[in-house]
Design a protein around this ligand. Structure first.
Ligand code: SF4
Length: 452
């Protein structure tokens, strides 16, 4: 925790990873073997032609490199920073067997940073084919679908509930890993293809699902997830209890929250990537002690390994097999403690993970000043039902190949089709699904000769 400065908290939210210098980027690119049938390409969910973009960096063609990346992945600048590359492209690099893998993510960042800095517009809209598509949600999946549809000549409108588009990349991933301007640039690239983005527009409140299905030929539902659910324990409405999504969003706006965290004790409940974000943000806000409570063990936690390591480096403590029983407050309604109970693992549940069971009589109290809830997110049930789609507890049912829902004119992608108990969907997977939904719509019209 030594690198956390208390004198200027906003600086604690500046990007942690340093970019490569020109010299380093050229040298790293020249280490690539430009493999035939490259395994790194197969390991990328969006199929970026990695050897080609690396070769373009080596030859000084930075624009070409950025185009290669972004052609396959419309949120490729964000993914350069947030992808678990050691599990994907870098994990598959042949150089793992001899020296060390190529720093693919960092090189991807180098090329896309160049395009951002040089204000490049990478793509053109396609010739209009007269068809209209509404995309509900302007996060990674929605932007990706919109970008590909616009390139194919569709007239696309994104309906976005927040004040800005970009979804998770704009509001949900901590600034010190992904600064907002990177996400804004990706949104801008999509807008430059004449995609209309209606922000502050909640479908079901500002415009009905029926009106959208009437006004547009097709719909792509890419609404992601909703808010963090209640813990269902006493005291969760006390001052100082936060929803992790709102908490991270507040730090993205100006790096700070109204409550002073300096010297405070924070407990984060949950052990996914959002929980890690809540914990590491608390450290950067000056908290003296940050603990993550998780009802299962290290083995079942869903956070990426690199996120877990990052939290440990920040001095975050982990209390495994521990769950909150109630949140305790003082007379003024502020949090002062959390009563926990020890757990043990019982029989496996439907998702294969063993069910945590409370150990009777093991209750104890941890004194705290703030509690951050990060136990997953609820789903947009009402909206899904307003469109009349078949779903399983808020997971929209789709044909796996085409992402078509029970309504043949509506496609769905991203978190809204991502099953429960599998942790968070990757941004890069959502981006690929967005592309797949766009291509499936196009294929449907090509098949009947309506578009060329
Ligand atoms: Fe280059 Fe590694 Fe991909 Fe081969 S596997 S093309 S060495 S990045």
């Amino acid at each position: 925790m030594q690198r956390i400065s208390l004198s200027n908290l906003e600086n604690n939210f500046l990007e942690v990873e340093k970019p490569l210098t020109n010299q380093e980027a050229i040298e790293e690119s020249n280490r690539c073997l430009y493999c035939y049938d490259a395994p790194c390409i197969k390991a990328c969910p969006t199929g970026i032609d990695i050897p080609t973009f690396i070769k373009k960096i080596a030859s000084g063609n930075f624009l070409g490199s950025a185009k290669t990346i972004m052609a396959s992945n419309p949120v490729g600048a964000s993914c350069a920073r947030v992808c678990p590359t050691e599990e994907l492209c870098e994990g598959a690099c042949v150089l793992n067997h001899s020296t060390k893998p190529i720093m693919i993510g960092t090189l991807q960042r180098y090329a896309t940073d160049w395009a951002i800095k040089n204000e490049q517009s990478l793509f053109q809209p396609g010739v209009s084919n007269g068809k209209t598509v509404a995309v509900i949600g302007g996060g990674p999946a929605g932007l990706s679908a919109a970008r590909e549809l616009a390139r194919l000549g569709y007239d696309v409108t994104i309906f976005e509930a927040a004040e800005k588009a970009g979804g998770l990349n704009t509001f949900g991933i901590v600034s010190f890993r992904l600064p907002q301007e990177i996400s804004f640039w990706e949104v801008e690239q999509v807008e430059k293809l004449n995609v209309k983005i209606r922000t502050n527009t909640v479908v079901g409140r500002d415009i009905s699902a029926d009106k959208i299905t009437e006004d547009f030929d097709n719909v792509v539902l890419a609404v992601g997830m909703a808010h963090v659910p209640n813990l269902g324990v006493e005291g969760e409405n006390l001052d100082g209890v936060y929803d992790a999504i709102e908490f991270v969003k507040a730090t993205k706006n100006n790096g700070l929250l109204s409550q002073d965290f300096v010297g405070k004790r924070v407990v984060v409940i949950g052990a996914g990537n959002t929980a890690i974000d809540g914990a590491t943000c608390s450290v950067r806000l000056g908290a003296e002690n940050v603990k993550i409570l998780y009802r299962r063990t290290e083995e079942e936690m869903t956070a990426y390994d690199f996120e877990y390591e990052f939290a440990k480096q920040d001095g975050v403590e982990f209390r495994w097999l521990t769950t909150p029983k109630r949140i305790i407050g003082d007379e003024s309604g502020r949090v002062t403690g959390i009563e926990c109970i020890k757990m043990k693992l019982g029989e496996p549940e439907k998702d294969g993970r063993r069910k945590p069971v409370a150990v009777e009589g093991s209750e104890y109290v941890i004194p705290v000043d703030a509690v951050v809830k990060a136990i997953g997110q609820t789903r947009h049930l009402e909206l899904i039902e307003a469109f009349g789609l078949h779903h399983d507890g808020g997971v929209v049912k789709v044909d796996q190949a085409s992402l078509q829902t029970s309504n043949p004119n509506i496609y769905a992608c991203g978190d809204v089709v991502f099953g429960k108990g599998k942790g968070d969907a990757m941004v890069v997977t959502a981006a690929q699904q967005g592309k797949d939904a766009a291509y499936a719509i196009h294929k449907q019209y090509l098949a009947v000769g309506v578009v060329n």
